[in-house]
Design a protein around this ligand. Structure first.
Ligand code: B4P
Length: 193
């Protein structure tokens, strides 16, 4: 099973991916998590990505494509994977196609989580509040100003992927405004799992 989860920031891609990992027994490949790990470890990629992520912009296609290409060749991806937050640009979508065809594998589904902008901001601010209350670090990009930029980037660079996958007949849309378990149920229905 090879899946792409598509949607604006805060739509629940990470939340659903974590649940699907358990259900499907395949790994979650979150480019956001991979980049945050690189920032934390202060690798070369991390140093280049930090300011871009803190500003709510997208990290370069070159960097992101390289980390995903390396990751999907690892043993735990042999039976499938969930791409969470990748691809996010048309250049990345082309890269996915090349990566898969070079390895003789194909996508099973592209699932779009549809959530309105107001709810997205609420979720992001809520996550920041919860982290603060639990004494955990708050993500630098989880604040109203940076979130606005993340949303702008989404509409400019990522939203065109909806038409791209629709035209290929691969897009399935799910109401991401529903509860976490209802969203999971809708995804499971699409996947027949
Ligand atoms: P990501 O880490 O992908 O962050 P995200 O879009 O905010 O996450 P997501 O949609 O997964 O939301 P979540 O489930 O956490 O990206 C961060 C940054 O990394 C980007 O801005 C960019 O700089 C960089 N980056 C990552 N990938 C890249 C790429 N491919 N190319 C270039 N740059 C890239 O949910 C958010 C909140 O909502 C949580 O608190 C959750 O509990 C809540 N929630 C989830 N589902 C809910 C529901 N159904 N109802 C109510 N609340 C819900």
């Amino acid at each position: 099973m090879r899946l792409i989860l598509l949607g604006p920031p805060g739509a629940g891609k990470g939340t659903q991916s974590q649940i699907l990992v358990e259900r499907l027994g395949i790994p979650q490949l979150s480019t956001g998590d991979m980049l945050r790990a690189a920032v934390k470890a202060e690798t070369e990629i991390g140093k280049r990505a930090k300011a871009v992520m803190d500003a709510g912009e997208l990290v370069s296609d070159e960097i992101v494509n390289a980390i995903v290409a390396e990751r999907i060749d690892q043993a735990d991806c042999a039976n499938g994977f969930i791409l969470d937050g990748y691809p996010r640009t048309l250049v990345q979508a082309d890269a996915v196609e090349t990566m898969l065809s070079e390895r003789g594998i194909k996508l099973d589904a592209v699932i779009e989580l549809v959530v309105d902008d107001k709810a997205l901001v609420g979720r992001i601010l809520n996550r920041a509040e919860e982290a603060k209350a639990a004494g955990q670090p708050v993500r630098k990009d989880d604040n109203p100003e940076v979130f606005e930029e993340r949303l702008r980037e989404y509409y400019k660079k990522t939203a065109p992927l909806i038409g791209y996958y629709y035209a290929k007949g691969q897009l399935r849309s799910v109401d991401g405004m529903a509860s976490v378990s209802e969203v999971t149920g809708a995804i499971a229905g699409i996947l027949g799992k």
